[in-house]
Design a protein around this ligand. Structure first.
Ligand SMILES: [Zn+2]
Length: 367
């Protein structure tokens, strides 16, 4: 299997376009035409992880955190990130990042964490909102078929696996050409009635300009009449998960349970120590900012990492419970991604060996 095929499989399930605009995902280093020997999944691409891949003979590393993220100044043998990149290139390793696109994937990092905690009836905490447009164009019946074919050829009016998704209805259009008009139909200064069709179809936000350009190009009228109506809907992906534990816990018991389930030596609780914890929301990594949304959706506790003093204090004053499980707890994605990849590849009748990195890349030592 080639890297390009693997990227296609990943993109089918966890589209790279669903990553945040500031993110850096996809094939960061490597060759799309390279044949995959085996895959190594990791959280961070450190030099130890690269050495692990070399020892395993795995020429493809898939990490959650993008190695190339901030400005790079040097790529040489000695210096930090540059040295890691140099080693990756020298050893013909391909490096893929699945970051915020894996965060918002319904079976992604947050679902993996939720599963570790035994959350039931998990649903997305903050579903993405997708903007799209309904287009309606009024066009003479005689021009309709040709017009639809043109729009369809350029990828408009597609819904999932269906192309050519149009609705049409009949009506009468009227106009009077005046002044310097150069009408396709009708006589100057006389009201003209035409058998017109109203054509309706959906486009994505990105197709807006293309739709306008195509209408202007292929509509027979000098001044085509059309509307673009903006609509929104909830996506089936988004950040965070919320779900219910199989039982209600007091705070000390729940904290102990989380430490054991996630194998974290230390976690930090913020809030009312006498709370009962049953409904829990979780965002792996740095999810602060969503704690009030979680509370409004009924969460007794919001779990994330990287909580700062003032965010903690604000939450405590507002009566919102938080649990900082450390950013590194996202390491559960290493096993979780392996399982996903094996399933996705099996659907394509492909078998590529997937290894899970055994390197602990947590920069913190817990005393
Ligand atoms: Zn992270």
């Amino acid at each position: 299997m080639k890297i390009s095929d693997l990227l296609k499989v990943i993109n089918n399930h966890v589209p790279f376009t669903t990553a945040e605009s500031w993110d850096n995902v996809g094939l960061l280093i490597g060759d799309e035409n390279a044949e995959i020997t085996s895959i190594l999944t990791g959280l961070d691409c450190t030099v130890d992880v690269v050495n692990e891949a070399i020892e395993l003979g795995a020429n493809t590393i898939i990490c959650h955190h993008p190695l190339i993220f901030k400005g790079l100044k040097q790529i040489n043998e000695q210096d930090g990130y540059g040295a890691i990149i140099r080693k990756i290139i020298q050893n013909n390793i391909n490096l893929i990042a699945m970051h915020t696109n894996l965060d918002v994937y319904p079976k992604g990092v947050n679902a993996m964490l939720g599963e570790k905690l035994g959350l039931q009836n998990m649903r997305i905490l903050n579903p993405e909102v997708i903007t799209y447009y309904k287009v309606q164009v009024f066009i003479p019946e005689a021009n309709l078929t040709d017009f639809k074919s043109k729009l369809s050829k350029y990828g408009l009016a597609q819904e999932g696996d269906y192309e050519y998704c149009f609705f049409q209805s009949q009506g009468t259009g009227q106009f009077k050409p005046v002044n310097g008009a150069n009408p396709y139909l009708g006589t100057m200064n006389e009201i003209e009635s035409v058998n017109e069709m109203k054509l309706e179809f959906m486009i994505t936000e990105q197709q807006q300009q293309l739709a306008i350009d195509l209408i202007n190009q292929y509509h027979p009228y000098e001044t085509p009449v059309y509307d673009l109506i903006q609509l929104t809907r909830e996506a089936d992906y988004g950040l965070g998960m919320i779900g219910k534990l199989t039982q209600s816990y007091n705070v000390p018991d729940f904290v102990q349970y989380v430490k054991e389930q996630l194998n974290m030596p230390s976690v930090r609780f913020i809030g009312n120590n006498h709370s009962h914890i049953e409904t829990v929301a979780i965002i792996g990594g740095s999810g602060i900012g969503y704690e009030y949304l979680a509370a409004s959706k009924g969460a007794d506790l919001f779990i994330t990492g990287d909580i700062k003093h003032h965010d903690a204090l604000d939450a405590k004053i507002d009566g919102v419970n938080l649990l900082d499980i450390n950013h590194y707890s996202e390491y559960v994605m290493k096993e979780g991604l392996k399982a996903l990849l094996i399933n996705w590849l099996a659907e394509q009748d492909q078998t590529v060996k997937v290894n899970v990195s055994q390197i602990n890349t947590d920069p913190f030592t817990y005393y």
